[in-house]
Design a binder for this molecule. Structure first.
Ligand SMILES: Nc1ncnc2c1ncn2[C@@H]1O[C@H](COP(=O)(O)OP(=O)(O)OP(=O)(O)O)[C@@H](O)[C@H]1O
Ligand SMILES: [Mg+2]
Length: 447
């Protein structure tokens, strides 16, 4: 599956000028522009203070980005920007790192002048210096597009990718898949599905022959998933802190991704908890596309740590849910077989369309009919309606039967149905739904 491609495209902001204030607020964007070959002049009061340039330019200046003697700063550079700019003026470059990788450098006006005169237009053409990074990416399964003067001229892929010519077969190593469980209605069984399917996934093996590495993220300020994983049982648990959540990552993808927790009874899972205060982000996130894509950027950095990331969302279409959808490859929509479920469909397509603006490959992997009671006429009718109406949007999986006692009992036990009641027919149903879901995400369908 082609997604999260590290792209080399000619930057529109090459040779752009930014003032100090703008640099501070948009540093991430400018670093990206520099990484793509741009040279960003930093101006204050009409005076050129420094420039942000990419790795190619640093190498052209004879600076080795892996030289540990060079001063480094992660994008917290914002906090000491004045110092970094002062250093640049004194001829001392600063390397900007992100997730431990050097992304760009801040150099002096003299260095910039040298670049301009000696290497007037090397943007993206010095492929040889970039090749090592590109090959390293390909080795671990990444694919890099090569652009020249804004036009894509090639792609570097791994040997595995070249075998058979087709896209990844189920036997080859899959890239990390991010799935958001989404339904703006409360009680649609989102959290239940994240816990149950997450547990089942962690019990299965990946194509690489080891148990799937599964990360569950609770983005719902109600914290049901966090609670259910037992992370709130200890009143002194670190999982109760706002710092344990994605609070800061959601506001700035450069912020450190928090250490996940291991649930005692399901040690194959990793969990990022939620906190009531995440609620305050609902409106903040939605107001700004840059913020809405923060989580996406942060999750991309986990690409080779997990096989699956499952995100639980609140019962709303606010900023938290949208940030999750924008960060995802797939939405999974659990839908109780009630009339209310089919009434909300217009919202589903509208929100999906909005999120696709930022993540065009996002699609619904499947609708999961839940709390189905085959003894009720209305449930049978709604299930049939779903199977006929929804398939145009995405596949509809076999239903999960309503079993209040079974699903209720696993919550205080901090377990899962498949863990506590492996012989219960509910476990078989959950496995069938998971098979269906995995098929849906492996086989591209329309929409
Ligand atoms: N198949 C099922 N049969 C009966 N009850 C179920 C079933 N699946 C889940 N439940 C119960 O339904 C209730 C709501 O489920 P859950 O909390 O997962 O929904 P949700 O969509 O996450 O809700 P919210 O939107 O409030 O976060 C829970 O009490 C859960 O135990
Ligand atoms: Mg929930």
């Amino acid at each position: 599956m082609l997604h999260s491609l590290p792209q080399l495209t000619a930057s529109e902001t090459a040779d752009a000028e930014v003032n100090v204030r703008e640099l501070r607020s948009q540093l991430r964007k400018q670093v990206d522009a520099a990484r793509m070959g741009g040279r960003i002049q930093v101006i204050s009061g009409g005076q050129l203070l420094a420039a942000v340039v990419g790795l190619t330019d640093l190498r052209l200046l004879g600076l080795n980005p892996s030289d540990t003697r060079l001063h480094r700063s992660n994008p917290d550079i914002r906090n000491h920007l004045r110092e970094v700019l002062g250093q640049a003026q004194a001829g001392q470059p600063t390397l900007i790192t992100l997730h431990g990788q050097v992304q760009a450098g801040v150099i002096s006006p003299a260095h910039l002048a040298l670049l301009h005169t000696q290497h007037p237009h090397v943007t993206l053409s010095a492929l040889d210096t970039l090749l090592r990074d590109v090959l390293a990416t390909a080795e671990v399964g990444g694919r890099t597009l090569i652009a020249q003067s804004g036009h894509i001229v090639g792609v570097v892929v791994s040997l595995q990718d070249t075998h058979g010519g087709s896209s990844l077969s189920p036997h080859q190593e899959q890239q990390m898949q991010i799935l958001t469980f989404w339904n703006e209605s409360g009680g649609a069984t989102k959290s239940t599905m994240v816990a149950e399917l997450g547990y089942l996934l962690s019990q299965r093996h990946s194509s690489a022959g080891r148990p799937n590495r599964v990360l569950l993220i609770d983005l719902d300020p109600q914290r049901s998933l966090t609670h259910r994983m037992g992370l709130l049982d200890d009143p002194n648990s670190k999982a109760r802190r706002l710092g344990a959540t994605l609070n800061t990552v959601l506001q700035e993808s450069d912020n450190e991704f928090p250490e996940p927790f291991i649930p005692t009874r399901m040690p194959g899972l990793r969990v990022i908890p939620a906190h009531q205060q995440l609620r305050s982000l609902e409106n903040i996130l939605i107001s700004d596309d840059l913020l809405l894509t923060g989580l996406k950027g942060a999750l991309r950095a986990l690409e080779y740590q997990y096989d699956y990331v499952l995100i639980d969302t609140p019962p709303s279409n606010g900023g938290l849910t949208r940030a999750a959808l924008v960060a995802s490859d797939f939405a999974v929509v659990p839908m109780p077989t009630h009339i209310k479920s089919v009434e909300n469909l217009e919202n589903v397509t509208a929100v999906l369309a909005q999120c696709r603006r930022l993540t065009p490959q996002l699609r619904i992997a499947s609708f999961i009919p839940t709390t189905f009671n085959k003894g009720r006429v209305q449930d049978r009718e709604i299930l049939e309606l779903m199977q006929t109406q929804l398939t145009a949007l995405a596949p509809v999986s076999p239903p999960i039967t309503e079993r209040p006692a079974v699903f209720r009992d696993v919550i205080p036990a901090r377990g899962a149905v498949a863990l506590d009641q492996p012989k219960n027919p509910a476990t078989a149903e959950l496995n069938t739904v998971l098979d269906h879901l995995l098929n849906a995400i492996r086989e591209p369908v329309n929409g």
